[in-house]
Design a protein around this ligand. Structure first.
Ligand code: GLN
Ligand code: ZN
Length: 758
């Protein structure tokens, strides 16, 4: 029997971000729907052609999404939030985009977007489905069937991907009256059965059903739901139950009883003992082993995996090999990168290369053409890496060792610091601030581009950036904000910017990965021990501060976020990597303080995202992650006010850890969820100062004063006014100046009105 290979999904943004470009053009009315649809079709076709060309045994169909695959699922099953169901809606894609982005109509009524949150332990965001008690489902958006037809033209076996209805329900949020989401499962299953029937009729042999919640701690009701679900799917195409991002060891009993035809395991997250696992595998199942890391960019150690598989293949031959998860999380093609030294480039593998690795390994396992020698050759650069001076720095290692004996607490407790800072900063009640960035205009981007292409000099660049900062400071003064920011015009991305200054990182030119919708990021790669070689932000912060009498916040990205939004090395624990970054930041914080910057914000939006999937692993993570964060402000003065900012996530479950960060002020995203986080503060008394975001910057809508006042009044019920800050819920870089100024004006006016009543 021959081993087969497949991937769980392919990046959908196009080799040069064609999807992003087309979407944004469509949103701004520059291209028509037809033109947009053609771009999507081309990307899909290219992806499948590539998969076939590279020698994969299946084309994976259904992994394309216009904004997000969870949102696609919502629309596919007709789950459109009531507020987005307008009768004069022209086409489904517009509805889909409105759900994702919100909509302001001509009568100035805003229809707000659905929430967005992290996709398990990745940096991808999905649009949170909304469920109400009596809702119905239907097979509403039939793009998938068209995709299958498009792919069929390539004359290659097809495997269709669907998000499991159970995981889909799990990911969603209840709107309105409380009820058990699982009550909706029977209705949803009916629709899924219809969909599966249609897929089956198109002669598709395999359907991959993604059930990543199997890696989580599930209670019996969810386990039963899973059990029940797969009994419904028996009369259609074969079902490959797919799990990824973590171990399902704790759910193997359950899985072994399911009516499925194949099981996929993420062997990268969990080096399953396959001999042990075997007793849970029914004898006619396909076992799909995800051995090529879909979340990181390192070349695979194919010799290791060869031996790993070989042992098992003595026992069982019904095996496929695959990527651990969808390749959505890695850049597409390493060969686009021309700037890496050969030595370093050979340590990496991107989307195409990962497919190549799979095919090569399959070939060797099947004893076709290739021999094990080609695997040995493939892993040779990895051996060179082990002793490379690019990777190891003994000073850094020593510094980390010494930290073990040091306490990372601030000098005095918060209450004392509060009074000291109050005297020095002398801010009004409900201080008004923003999160850091102001609009990244096309001029700034062009500037950066020109600098990179050496069309302008560093001096020209710095002069223009200064102009922008000056403008930003002026606008903030005019608006009447209390704590100003320099606006971050010099930053491409909040992680990339820092890593460019730090030793231990390298960068891609085209390594784009989708973060949400049309937003793509280019995560840096951590290749070695990390250290600060030069100040990173001091120059700009000092410049901004020199322009105003108000306080300007120094603005840094925290160690956990830098770690989470990079591709980390795999030979060092995340704890150690984050502490290396913390040491570098510690030097920066100290220098900012010495240079007279009184308020320093250390953004840590990814703290929650780094949380392990299993509850039993949370404690350990939170303990080292908070420790790494606090190290950044080691030994600073009580009078220096430390802020942090977090967004995109459910904070409730990590609140005790957030308290442990012991920052003076935290600004936090709340507005997308109608501030229901605030309800939480009724029970949980956050001890330090907090700025719950009063409007959603992800949407182009301008928040009204009335809306902001309403939110602030709710906030004041739970948070004493002495400790309440007022700010948008995230940075303004994706907005225009007009939008930002109008929104901030309303925010300032709202606060002025409330202050009078305090
Ligand atoms: N300071 C950053 C900004 O304003 C924070 C971004 C973020 O939280 N994602 O852009
Ligand atoms: Zn944010």
């Amino acid at each position: 029997m021959l081993i087969k290979n497949h991937i769980l999904g392919f990046p959908r943004i196009g080799l040069k971000r064609e999807l992003k470009i087309a979407q944004e053009k469509y949103w701004s009315g520059k291209i028509s729907l037809e033109e947009l649809l053609i771009v999507g079709k081309k990307i899909r076709k290219k992806n499948w052609k590539k998969q076939k060309e590279l020698g994969l045994d299946f084309l994976t169909v259904g992994d394309f999404a216009w904004y997000d695959h969870v949102l696609t699922t919502s629309v596919m099953v007709g789950n459109i939030p009531e507020r987005h169901k307008s009768e004069n809606q022209k086409n489904i894609l517009d509805i889909l985009f409105n759900i994702a982005r919100g909509k302001s109509s001509s009568d100035c009524k805003t229809v707000h977007a659905s929430e967005m949150t992290k996709w398990f332990n990745t940096n991808y965001h999905y649009i949170v489905p909304e469920f109400s008690k009596n809702q119905n489902f239907s097979f509403f958006y039939k793009q998938l069937l068209k995709d299958i037809e498009e792919a069929s033209v390539l004359n290659h076996p097809i495997k269709v991907v669907l998000l499991s209805p159970v995981t889909y329900l799990w990911l969603g949020k209840i709107k309105g009256k409380n009820f058990n989401k699982l009550d909706l499962l029977p209705k949803l299953l009916n629709v899924y059965k219809k969909i599966l029937k249609k897929i089956y009729k198109k002669n598709v042999e395999w359907v991959q059903i993604d059930e990543p919640i199997l890696t989580l701690d599930l209670d019996d009701s969810w386990k039963n739901a899973i059990k029940n679900t797969y009994t419904n799917f028996q009369n259609f195409s074969k079902i490959l139950l797919t799990t990824y991002f973590g171990s399902i060891n704790h759910n193997l009993e359950l899985v072994s009883t399911l009516k499925i035809d194949g099981l996929h395991l993420d062997c990268v997250s969990e080096k399953y003992n396959l001999q042990e696992i075997h007793k849970y595998i029914q004898k006619d199942w396909i076992l799909s082993l995800g051995i090529i890391n879909g979340k990181n960019i390192w070349r695979a150690n194919l010799i290791f995996w060869y031996n790993y598989l070989k042992k098992y293949l003595r026992l069982y031959l019904n095996v496929w090999i695959s990527t651990s998860c969808s390749l959505l999380h890695v850049p597409m093609d390493l060969s686009l990168e021309k700037n890496f030294k050969k030595e370093i480039k050979e340590w990496f593998s991107f989307g195409f290369q990962k497919c190549f690795e799979l095919v090569m390994l399959t070939n060797v396992l099947n004893k076709k053409i290739l021999s094990i020698d080609c695997l040995k050759k493939w892993v040779l650069p990895l051996q060179n890496r082990e002793n490379s001076s690019i990777v190891h720095n003994s000073h850094v290692k020593l510094r980390i060792q010494k930290l073990q004996k040091i306490s990372s607490n601030r000098l005095s407790p918060y209450k004392i610091r509060f009074n000291i800072q109050k005297k020095i900063l002398n801010l009004p009640d409900l201080p008004l601030t923003t999160i850091g960035s102001f609009p990244q205009t096309s001029e700034i981007r062009k500037l950066r581009f020109n600098l990179r292409k050496k069309k302008i000099t560093q001096i020209d660049y710095d002069r223009e950036i200064k102009k922008y900062i000056k403008y930003a400071i002026l606008q903030q003064e005019k608006l009447g904000l209390d704590v100003l920011v320099h606006g971050e015009p010099e930053r491409n991305d909040m992680v990339e910017y820092f890593s460019e200054y730090l030793e231990g990182f390298v960068f891609t030119n085209y390594g784009w990965v989708q973060s949400y919708g049309s937003r793509c990021v280019k995560p840096p790669i951590i290749i070695g021990d990390i250290s600060r070689i030069t100040p990173m932000t001091v120059y700009w912060s000092k410049y901004a501060q020199s322009l105003t009498k108000k306080f300007v916040k120094g603005m840094l990205t925290g160690p956990i976020t830098i770690l989470c939004w990079s591709f980390p090395r795999e030979d060092l624990s995340h704890e150690i990597i984050s502490k290396q970054i913390a040491c570098a930041l510690m030097d920066e914080v100290k220098e900012l303080e010495n240079e007279g910057i009184n308020i320093i914000q250390i953004d840590e939006p990814a703290l929650r995202e780094g949380l392990p999937l299993r509850i039993c692993d949370h404690k350990e993570y939170l303990s080292w992650a908070t420790e790494a964060f606090r190290l950044c402000s080691l030994n600073i003065k009580d009078s220096t006010q430390i802020h942090t900012h977090m967004c995109y996530c459910e904070f409730k479950d990590i609140m005790p850890a957030i308290v442990k960060l012991d920052v003076d002020v935290i600004t936090i995203e709340t507005s997308r969820s109608d501030m229901d986080l605030l309800e939480f503060f009724k029970k949980f008394k956050y001890p330090n100062s907090i700025g719950p975001g009063v409007y959603d910057i992800h949407s182009p809508n301008i928040p009204t004063q009335k809306w902001i006042i309403k939110l602030l009044k709710t906030a004041l019920k739970h948070i004493p006014y002495q400790r309440l800050w007022v700010n948008p819920d995230c940075g303004l870089k994706t907005r225009t100046w007009d939008e930002s100024i109008l929104s901030l004006k309303n925010m300032v006016q709202a606060v002025k009105k409330i202050r009078k009543k305090l």
